[in-house]
Design a binder for this molecule. Structure first.
Ligand SMILES: *Cc1c(COP(=O)(O)O)cnc(C)c1O
Length: 464
């Protein structure tokens, strides 16, 4: 499979290079040159497969020509072997035609494990084949850092440095990162904010000498391989309740638009999906976009669902590329406008077409607390604040009630215990394998909010 940039001016690459590169050289995001197609019969044939087998089948067309092609089934089996539910991504029925897809049975209790556990192995496989090593740097305010660390710990070809703002992540989130003591894992607590951390990571990538010396790489959600691995659970969940004979609706708590874009890819591949409900908290740039056709940046406010506290959804560029007939120049014009004025507007026609498939839906913190309480009262299930935003979307959008609605449950309730307890009176327990998390020893390095000192630390500790 060849990959093209959404801005049309970067070289076409094969999968292995797309994996290692992340962002395209022209500032765009990589997408497959064509969308693989599954027939009705092929989709029906997925129904009885276990998760790793189904994952290898869905991802196979995207890695044609990669060194990973031959052993993909082994890779997916290893990637999901650590998940604590034998179904990997079990479905739970809340009401007639109302389902949760539980995507929190991986090592860090959030859906990001479903992609990153596979992507960590992909990095290792490609780097070993090339006799190469990389240094991953990233900034995190929560879920991404721990998922990336769990995915790359003890990997021979990778060193990973994750910056977090000291004292500003939740205790569970910090402990999930800092109690991993593998030699190739380096947690840096920065005396600053999340934005300070992110600015330093960007500056490290912008320093060409440093980037080249360290062979820097990123695992943020603009990496195509993560999207690809997320397509899997859309097929997995859908074939349990609907397709190929009847369509389904997916409700997706959304931040960077990576997760819901993976659903769009599944639709492009032939999975009958009638609608995507794009759930936002008070950081509702996407809801406002679907209402108006204008993407307008605003400041970020902290909410009960911090992994969706975003200013701009970077993966939306991939949907724009499709909506604008794969016109890279047109995408470039819009993104330039965004950079200059913090806003862009799509044509009426493109906006109308998107509304056929997508609906935005927002829920503030008071609503989130109410939904968590209601679900607990009516079903006995504890859901986390991100999932609550999705459940609200699934229940409020106007659509044929006969169509099954699937809400992606993106985090385990015990990851956000305070919000869940406030809404239900019940403190959700961590799963057994994390029960001693708070007793585990932490290891991290505190550094000042100073780029040179952080860079020096990376240089000293990367094995590259
Ligand atoms: C990352 C995250 C999201 C948002 O996913 P996107 O792919 O950025 O849209 C939602 N919920 C949880 C729990 C997350 O960790």
């Amino acid at each position: 499979m060849r990959y093209v940039s959404t801005r049309g001016r970067a070289p076409e690459l094969g999968f292995d290079d797309v994996l290692l590169t992340g962002l395209a050289a022209d500032g765009g995001l990589y997408v497959p040159a064509t969308w693989p197609q599954l027939s009705k019969d092929q989709i029906a044939g997925l129904a009885g497969l276990d998760y790793p087998t189904l994952a290898a089948k869905i991802m196979a067309p995207f890695v044609v020509g990669s060194v990973l092609e031959k052993d993909l089934g082994t890779l997916t089996r290893e990637a999901y072997s650590t998940f604590t539910h034998t179904a990997v991504a079990p479905l739970k029925q809340l009401a007639a035609n109302d389902w949760l897809v539980e995507l929190f049975h991986g090592p860090t209790l959030a859906f990001k494990d479903y992609a990153l556990q596979a992507v960590g192995l992909m990095f290792d496989g490609v780097l070993k084949a090339r006799g190469n090593r990389i240094t991953i740097v990233g900034a995190t305010s929560g879920d991404t850092g721990s998922a990336a660390i769990e995915a790359t710990k003890n990997r021979e070809a990778v060193d990973i440095f994750i910056l977090h703002p000291e004292g500003r992540t939740s205790d569970v989130q910090r402990k999930q990162m800092t109690t991993v003591t593998a030699n190739n894992v380096h947690n840096i607590a920065v005396k600053g904010t999340f934005d300070d951390c992110q600015d330093m990571v960007k500056a490290m990538f912008a320093d060409v000498t440093f980037r080249t010396d360290m062979n820097l790489s990123a695992v943020n959600s603009i990496n195509w391989a993560r999207i690809m691995a997320q397509v899997v659970y859309y097929f997995w969940a859908a074939v349990h309740v609907g397709p190929p004979h009847r369509p389904v609706v997916f409700s997706v708590p959304t931040g960077n638009f990576g997760n819901v874009f993976a659903g769009f890819v599944a639709k492009k591949m032939g999975l009958p999906i009638a609608k995507f409900i794009v759930g936002s908290n008070s950081n509702d740039i996407l809801t406002r976009y679907f209402e108006t056709g204008a993407m307008t940046m605003a400041g970020v406010v902290p909410t009960l669902s911090p992994s969706m506290d975003i200013q701009i959804s970077s993966n939306f560029e991939r949907l724009l590329f499709e909506s604008l007939g794969r016109d890279g120049a047109a995408v470039t014009r819009l993104m330039d406008g965004l950079k200059q004025s913090g806003a862009y507007t799509v044509s009426d026609a493109a906006h109308r077409e998107m509304l056929n498939l997508f609906a935005g839906c927002r829920l503030d913190d008071a609503g989130t607390t109410r939904v968590i309480g209601e679900i607990y009262k009516t079903t006995g299930e504890l859901i986390d604040p991100h999932t609550a935003v999705g459940v609200h979307g699934a229940r409020s959008v106007a659509i044929d009630p006969a169509i099954p609605r699937l809400t992606l449950a993106t985090a385990h309730p015990a990851k956000f215990p305070a919000a869940v307890e406030a809404a239900t009176g019940v403190k959700p327990a961590l799963p057994a394998f994390l029960a001693d998390l708070f007793a585990r020893k932490e290891r991290f390095t505190s550094l000042p909010n100073d780029l040179d000192q952080v860079k020096a630390f990376v240089r000293q500790n990367a094995r590259r």
